[in-house]
Design a protein around this ligand. Sequence first.
Ligand code: FES
Length: 181
Amino acid sequence: MKEHNEKTCCCYCDEDKREEYEKIANVIDFYKGREGCLIQVLHAAQEIYGYLPLEVQKFIADKMDLHLSEVSGVVTFYSFFSTKERGKHTLRVCMGTACYVRGGKKLVEALEEMLNVKAGETTEDKMFTFEIARCIGACGLGPAVMIDDKVYKQVSPAKLRSIIDEYYNDEEEEEEGGGEE
Ligand code: FES
């Protein structure tokens, strides 16, 4: 057990994020006292905040009366937790053996150039977080790419470009639609 921090309420809230912190505090209240609930709390916090920066981890540690190292340990252990701000979409290029031999590496290079990011990074416009996957279950029709839950098979660099363009076009339409209201 750690020595409890005197500050108990929203000590890390900046005005912009007050609502998110309040929601996270509610989740913690809901789970409080339940054995092994840290992972659920972190999941919910990531859902609410988008990612788990250090200040959110500190907030959770304080509220749950845990050491920050306990919280950070869990966050870094599980790959589904992210400490960096993520894009609206997660784009994964498969570099499993089957996809690799069918051209996965070319897709990675094309993407790095198209989006100006390296694996693990998020585009400046926060549209895509680019990651490498080890197999996404489409080995026979590689190289494969996954955007959020959608799998694209037999992807070439040209096809990848048009897929990405589609996402940007949809985004523009969404924005224009939103502007008309
Ligand atoms: S190796 Fe790429 S989908 Fe299996």
